[in-house]
Design a protein around this ligand. Sequence first.
Ligand code: ATP
Ligand code: MG
Length: 400
Amino acid sequence: MQYHAFIIKYAEIGVKGKNRYIFEDALVKQIERVLKGCDGTFEISKVAGRIYIEADGFDFNETVDHLKTVFGITGICPAVTIKRDGNNQLPDIDGMAKAVIDFIDGVYPDKNKTFKVKVRRVDKSYPMDSMELGAELGSRILGAFSQMKVDVHNPEILLNVEVREKLNIFSEIIPGPGGMPIGTAGKAMLLLSGGIDSPVAGYMVAKRGVEIEAVYFNAPPYTSEKAKQKVVDLAGVIAKFTGKVKLHVINFTDIQMYIYEKCPHDELTIIMRRYMMKIADIIAGKSGCMGLITGESIGQVASQTMQSLMCTGEVVTDMPVYRPLIAFDKQDIVDISLKIDAYETSILPYEDCCTIFVAKHPVTKPRLDIIKKHEENLFEKIDELMETALETDEIIEITK
Ligand code: ATP
Ligand code: MG
């Protein structure tokens, strides 16, 4: 293995002025977290707006796969880095040329390639400037490998040589997920069902640095243990990116049955959703969350028309409801679901608490005043049922 280091690139968090260190520290913490799950020893350092990972005894693919789950990283550059010697000197031009030639030899078994050397000289005390270094290293490479050719416009290999606190050599930039490191925003409560949409919604908000707590409403015995396990697994998909997800499992059966008994069936879904939102709102408030997240998207189903969204959103009084998929087409959502490896789990055919009681012809244009009127039928017992549901909240801590 040629590489023994990774240089981590991050974009957005580089521009946060005085708060920059908060973001960098959060990023380092997240990198440390994912590397704990990898074979090998890793030394992470933060030098002058750069994050370096020196790696030993590691598995390349495993390490890269883990780093790809760290929000805030825009690029992962497998690198060779050369430290300064005892006199604080970087290698001279001969040493540098040798390192560069060794790098190409190790990384590219097929030398029949075009290349360009791109030098960045941050350490201005180095005796040659970047133009001179680029030209000299280019000619040394041509001397070493006769099959290689220079192409300054569209090279197959763009060899980056950085003269900084260390000498860095890299040619590949593996894309990271982007976003902001977890721990730089607050926490939000995701309404997580077993479907395709809500895990994607949770992923998207988490990508902005937000910690995720989740709530799932299940309806045993109408929904099975397998349906619950599916939601636990989907929470695990999100935890892969965030480190942990605290999942609240709320037994919704009695509430659902009561609504079924007392309210018009074509309004069931809307009224059930309103009670889910109410309960989520209460749990979120108690857990210090600053918002609710749902997987809703305008017009996707009857319960997601603009009128329905108005009715379901209306019950949340204390915090914003984030709907990151609101303007997404289903295919765009599926694409993200596939990318984050949630899809295979999401499409498992286990019953959902909402599908069991769903009406043949649900209202598509519910009117809030009418819904509220019908909810009056619930007044006798609903508070008590909600209290019981909250008291029996089962908490599952999912860590990755
Ligand atoms: P999903 O694919 O996320 O299940 P969906 O297309 O099936 O969404 P709905 O069933 O209308 O849409 O649900 C809308 C949103 O309500 C979901 O994205 C989710 O945030 C929330 N939700 C629905 N059912 C549940 C549930 N059983 N537990 C927790 N949240 C739920
Ligand atoms: Mg659903």
